[in-house]
Design a protein around this ligand. Structure first.
Ligand code: SAH
Length: 416
């Protein structure tokens, strides 16, 4: 993909005029320590009004250069830091270097029979507000701020120079999708390459084949961040019965079966997700353990399904709970912790004595300590104090370089 595509030729060129910014002392300190965001409230001086995608140059009070950020007047995160410490020209070459560095970090995955992974993890790979996921020959580029729109020609030509791919799909996060005035004709799910991929995309994760629908699916089509946790489940599933709650397209279910689980029940209230899980089982019939496992999928509310298991006295050797984000903002943290406690309690009700509980949280607002304590508290109250096996986080293609970036936490624990 080298030529400019029609959708991209309509985009405005990035402004060559930079904005000069001054910040409060605490914001300067945070920036020097590597924090990737500048909030609107920490700006004490600004040379001119700016548009999304302008470059903001941040100076200290002695007019010394500190950093360059991508400016976004539509967000409380007013600038996202691209470059720190020394000046640079932010162009396609600069983006290409960033993408190549990010690709280098993912190299070990090739050896693991894995061609579905996060190639660029936003802030954590120095490209804040921009995510690129690979699913075999298809790349999915997801934007979280209109600031990337005028830079998209540079980013896509950098991507074409650094990576090989057949299809490139654009996704826009929910709030950006509503900012039609800044999108210049870009739409969520549009293909930026000449041809749209035909049908669903098949890719491999640790040797297991999965399908994904990057245009209509959740996230960019798959929850790539749980790869290592799924792999852990594979290692201890031999001969076990497994309940996978919030199963989406069956990620944990397939790994459990591949590891030798005899029975795997997947619960998700999204029928398209459980249907995809059934197809994923079909995609792996060449794998003996998966062929031999007994699968069941339930299109049901997770809380209801767990209560039903309890009344039916149905219990499993392993229970996996991987719910969606429960806290969108600060005020929802307590409610989220209550939901985690309730889930742990219900999950234990479906877990045999001596079984393993796997419980995850992807709410960045909920701290790891609070999350793990909530589960322990619920287990104590259920009379089944947990013995921790492991606390884990993200897969290595989701590196974390700042506090708010660490959203995923997962507990593996044995229950008496
Ligand atoms: N474990 C999955 C990812 C889970 S994402 C994986 O490894 O791929 C969270 C899932 O929870 C989504 O598929 C969503 O459809 C489902 N979900 C959200 N709320 C639910 C509820 N109340 N009951 C059942 N499923 C729910």
């Amino acid at each position: 993909m080298t030529e400019t595509l029609p959708a991209l030729s309509q985009l405005p060129s990035p402004s060559s005029q930079r904005i000069a910014l001054r910040l409060t002392k605490p914001a300067e300190r945070a920036l020097k320590q590597g924090h990737p965001w500048v909030f609107d409230q920490s700006i004490t001086g600004q040379s001119r009004e700016g548009s999304p995608g302008d470059l903001a140059v941040i100076f200290d009070d002695k007019r010394r250069f500190l950093a360059i950020g991508l400016y976004d007047p539509t967000s409380a995160i007013r600038a996202r830091i691209l470059q720190k410490g020394r000046q640079a020209v932010i162009d396609a070459n600069w983006f290409e270097e960033k993408i190549k560095t990010a690709a280098g970090l993912r190299k070990p995955l090739d050896k693991q029979d894995t061609n579905g992974y996060r190639l660029v993890h936003g802030e954590n790979d120095g490209l804040p507000g921009l995510v690129i996921d690979r699913y075999a020959d298809t790349l999915v580029l997801k934007l979280y701020t209109p600031a990337w729109v005028p830079r998209l020609n540079d980013v896509t030509s950098a991507l074409a120079a650094a990576q090989s791919f057949n299809h490139l799909i654009l996704r826009l996060n929910r709030s950006l999708n509503k900012q039609t005035g800044h999108l210049h004709g870009l739409t969520d799910g549009m293909t930026l390459t000449p041809q749209t991929p035909e049908g669903l995309i098949l890719f491999k994760e640790n040797g297991i084949t999965f399908e994904c629908d990057p245009i209509n699916g959740q996230k960019t089509g798959f929850f790539l961040d749980q790869r290592e946790n799924r792999e852990r489940v594979r290692t201890f599933s031999k001969g076990k019965s497994v309940l996978n709650v919030f199963s989406y397209t069956g990620g944990f279910s397939l790994y459990a079966a591949d590891g030798g689980a005899t029975e795997v029940v997947s619960v998700d209230f999204s029928a398209p997700a459980t249907q995809a899980a059934l197809r994923n089982i079909q995609h792996n019939q060449h794998r003996e353990n998966i062929r031999n496992a007994k699968f069941e999928t339930l299109d049901q509310d997770a809380f209801e399904a767990l209560k039903q298991m309890k009344t039916q006295n149905r219990q499993f050797d392993v229970v996996i709970l991987d719910p969606p984000m429960f806290a969108q903002n600060q005020s929802q943290i307590e409610t989220a912790l209550n939901a985690y406690r309730q889930l742990a309690h219900l999950g234990l009700g479906a877990l045999k004595r001596g079984g393993i509980l796997v419980q995850a949280s992807c709410s960045s607002r909920v701290s790891a300590d609070d999350f793990f304590s909530a589960i322990h508290q619920a287990a104590q109250e259920s009379g089944r104090p947990l013995k921790e096996i492991e606390r884990t986080g993200h897969a290595p293609d989701h590196p974390i370089t700042y506090k708010e970036g660490a959203y995923l936490k997962c507990l593996f624990a044995a229950a008496p």
